[in-house]
Design a protein around this ligand. Structure first.
Ligand code: SF4
Ligand code: SF4
Length: 381
């Protein structure tokens, strides 16, 4: 008798485990554009939809196909199409099909506002691994307070219903912001009612890749207070459960063997190709020492060069060695060199806003007496 596997969750897929630690970039992100039809207050990337320079600098379809061929050659199995808003590209369908023809699993991140019947038809014929849709509010008022784009709420609802009528499942997520926090539970309800599997929200806002001071001030104004974050996380059963587990895992965790290494994370397990051909080891890592250009250097050579540079990076910065490198809470604050650079211009500076969130989470979810929670104390806190 022949047995067929109907479906296997990706993390349990046998090939995944076999690829771990083999020095293969299993997945890559493709930022088709930095432009967006919306103008969200918290967005770390968006440029106006009509920005001519940004549009002129975007990789062409041929260049994208070249990147995909090289990524597949390197062993990549999975591509995440993102932006800006990727559906702004008139050749979105051609890009999508080119990736599918190369056998890649494809995930599409979108705000859903620009979805049209032809996209839904494309997804029906050639299914994506996932379509992930961000919700900015549960009512027109909150949604458009965030997107600053009149008509975007109706466009979002239209996109959601087109996908549902076409039988294309999507996953939903949200950012918890000052402008929409009053509707977070309604957004969660919407997300859970429409998602194909789960809904998640994220309260940690990252600063802009271009370090624009005006836009960064807008992002900071949208950040929730640390105690507020811990409280809303506590009221969400799924998230509270995950954080409680994480708190117990980090308690008593030993300091790393080589604390002066800058990158302790899994940076370089994949890579990101930006709209302008920039190649980074992860989407947030914009430090110039770790950015290459696929228009000038083959993908494999660029990825290996940057990976070697990241692996060799060490620091004598006391702010890092005395605080973050020895901190038991790092997994609760999500400190990382890429975000440290975006916040302060230094790859090794602590991030005070994230630090306060980590301590608030430990107070709410952890055992304050447990070993490990005392490390990484913010001076004067
Ligand atoms: S919809 Fe997404 S890409 Fe567009 S501005 Fe909002 S957060 Fe940024
Ligand atoms: S909690 Fe604070 S000290 Fe610890 S890693 Fe995060 S920023 Fe650094």
């Amino acid at each position: 008798m022949t047995t067929y596997a109907v479906s296997t969750p990706l993390p349990e897929f046998g090939l995944w485990n076999q690829l771990e630690g083999k020095g293969i970039p299993v997945s890559f992100d493709l930022e088709l554009t930095a432009r967006c039809n919306n103008d969200c207050r918290h967005c770390y990337v968006n440029l106006p939809a009509a920005d001519r320079d940004a549009r002129a600098g975007e990789l062409t379809l041929d260049e994208i196909v070249g990147v995909a061929d090289q990524a597949v050659e390197l062993g990549a199995l999975w591509c995440v199409i993102t932006g800006g808003e990727p559906l702004l590209r008139p050749d979105f369908s051609e890009v999508y099909l080119a990736l599918k023809r190369r056998g890649l699993l494809v995930t599409v991140f979108t705000n859903a506002c620009l979805l049209r019947p032809e996209h839904v038809e494309l997804f029906r014929k050639y299914p994506p691994r996932d379509v992930e849709i961000t919700i900015y509010g549960a009512s027109r008022g909150a949604y458009e307070r965030v997107t600053r784009t009149p008509g975007s709420f109706d466009a979002f609802l239209r996109g959601v219903s087109l996908l549902e009528q076409g039988g294309v499942g999507a996953r939903y997520k949200a950012m918890a912001l000052r402008s929409n926090v009053n509707e977070l539970s309604a957004m969660a309800q919407f997300g859970r009612a429409h998602t194909k599997d789960f809904f998640r929200f994220d309260p940690l806002l990252h600063l802009r890749y271009d370090r624009d001071p005006v836009r960064n001030a807008e992002i900071c104004a949208e950040r929730l207070d640390p105690e507020e974050i811990a409280t809303i996380e506590q009221s969400d059963e799924e998230r509270a459960h995950a954080l409680r587990r994480e708190c117990h895992r980090v308690a008593g965790q030993e300091a790393p063997d080589e604390p002066d290494l800058v990158f302790h994370c899994g940076v370089g397990q994949g890579f990101t190709v930006g709209y302008d051909g920039s190649l980074r080891l992860c989407s947030a890592l914009w430090h110039p020492d770790y950015v290459a250009d696929v228009r000038r250097e083959p993908v494999a050579a660029a990825w290996r060069r940057l990976l070697a540079a990241a692996g060799a990076a060490r620091t004598a910065d006391p702010a890092y060695l005395d605080r973050c490198a020895a901190c038991g809470l790092v997994d609760l604050c999500l400190w990382c060199p890429a975000h440290a650079y975006l916040e302060s211009g230094s790859l090794t500076a602590p991030i005070d806003d994230f630090c306060d969130v980590a301590h608030a989470r430990a107070r709410v979810f952890g055992d304050p007496d447990a070993e490990g929670y005392g490390a990484g104390v913010r001076p004067n806190s």
